[in-house]
Design a protein around this ligand. Sequence first.
Ligand code: IVH
Length: 663
Amino acid sequence: MAENIKKRIERLKKEILEHNRLYYTEGAPSISDSAYDGLMAELKELEKGHPEYATQDSPTRTVGAPVTDKLKKVRHIVPMLSLESVNAEDGATRFDWTCEKEAGHMSGYVCEPKFDGMSIELVYEKGELARGVTRGDGFIGEDVTLNVRTISNVPKKLKGKNVPDLLSVRGEVMMHISDFQELNRKQAEKGRDMFANPRNVVAGSMRQLDPEVTAARKLHVYVYQIMDISDGMPGTQKEALKRLTALGFGEAPDIEHCADIREAISYHHRMEEKRERMDYEIDGVVIKVDDIRLQEKLGMRTNNPKWAVAYKFKPRKEITRVENIIVQVGRTGTLTPLALLNPVEVGGVTVSRATLHNMDQIERLGVKIGDYVKVERAGDVIPYISGVLKEKRTGKEKDFRMPSKCPSCGGHIEKEDVFYRCPNGLSCPAQAKEAITHYASKDAADIEGLSEKTVALLYDRDIITGIASLYDIKREDLSALEGFKDRKMANILGAIEKSKDITLDRFLYGLGIKNVGKHIAKLIADKFGTLDRIMAATKEELVEINEIGPEIAESIVEWFSEKHNIAAVGKIQKTGVRIKAVEKKKDGVFSGKKVVFTGTMSAMSRTEAEKLVESMGGQASSSVGPGTDILVAGEKAGSKLDKAKKIGVKVLSEEEFIKMISR
Ligand code: IVH
């Protein structure tokens, strides 16, 4: 009995330590907070009853996670070296001199973005993806093949007739900033912790032991280097990249050939400027000698090649002081603490505020008003605080506390999990302004010139009260306002008028329904076609859409069951807004067909296959039922196949499916 308890304690300790590691080191928990709390509670209870087994290293007494490793170790075909890096123009010029001196002559460079994700080796044997390995220490990495397989733009089989027997390529696993923001939005809505940056999500997802978790994240791989190839190395880096594209890899974006180092430097400057508008993170550019014979001539140093250099951008991490922590009221009433910072330039942009997400985040960071903190900025992601310099404390720092009344309407605050909310909806000025700003935003009604600031001004002067009132704004209302010259008034009024023609998906997104981002709005608009049908949709009908689960369906049905929401929509429609219904796609081999996939497919991932079906007029669904038209059965198909056979659903093999789509 005692032996069993001891074993159980050991098991729990191990398990909790692993979850700690995922949570603290990887920033990517694999179980829910409540499941974690359950394990912890059980351990505490057992230790209390059996103090003889309660050791110092128990996670009930320590915080944070030591690294434990469960993934298989694999040796790289060719060591994955790193790059020498330089931070300024003269570093790049020096690199060019050395190349020229040592190689005798120079024949141009290939310049590439320095992708800021996670480095990976992909090995193909006889054209098939054999394994994916993390960089590790450069010589031995971890086997993440199962996770790599879930990434849709990684070919599982190489394309074309001339497939080499062996191919080892190096690339970077990335998450697009837009997908990262969407993920964080969902995390926030579920009351879970937010991820700090896309790179953390990538690292955490790739080292997951459960590939399903990785599959749920939208990852991409950009390949940029052939490490080994059995049928001969191409003559130049440019040709090598072309060959990779021909073999079926997605083309890495923004790669340029530069005749000399001056062009390479100008590429660096252009990319540094473009970086702000890109949907993925880069932290510099990589300049590579194009001619592979010259590369071989130049050779290697101990840790890096002599023929390439990483020319980094200005860092986007700075230290500054938290002047105050205030509270913002969001569109759905959630109170978000916001740090007001002593303004500091982070990678070319002045940062004076950083979100602190929620009370949990404040506690985890241990941040107080007056603290010196590290601020980081990633792409167009809102700046965040990544750490507190506790050694700089003077003792005058103050703790932050959530207010008990809404800072906007003075109403009573409710607490839900880690969130504090003002339940007053559109009667709370902060929430009303947010709702109007959201409706006017680029992906919704796209009313140019109606910024958050302008909305606030118009609202505070009682010129607008809600979305519908936007369409009543008259010139006279604006002319009395400071700073509104003729041109500005004409622009805003013109943009408002123009927004009267709006597509259904944009309108739906603009309503700001919880859980309904622009992608989900598009799916719903495509399925239902008109606003009336959406308003009447049931939960069952909504979850028929592949990417919509019960949670999203619930938010939609709930939103349209509220009288004041229906009234608000009615009011908008009365203003003369014309919502363009979506025409049903009729063409395509899968028109009107409901298709289910089961088992594993070799040529593409399930998500890819589902997207294809949808692009051909069909509807992909996840469960087999009387409404199913086709079941595509891959390898190791299980119960869905049995069920389909039983109820007489047409079954296609992967091959037959591919034939059908290529027709
Ligand atoms: S080439 C032998 N090209 O930057 C040279 N690396 O230390 C192989 N990286 O972790 C590297 N973008 O994973 C190369 N276009 C690019 C890259 C790139 C990002 C990463 C690489 C490594 C780090 C350099």
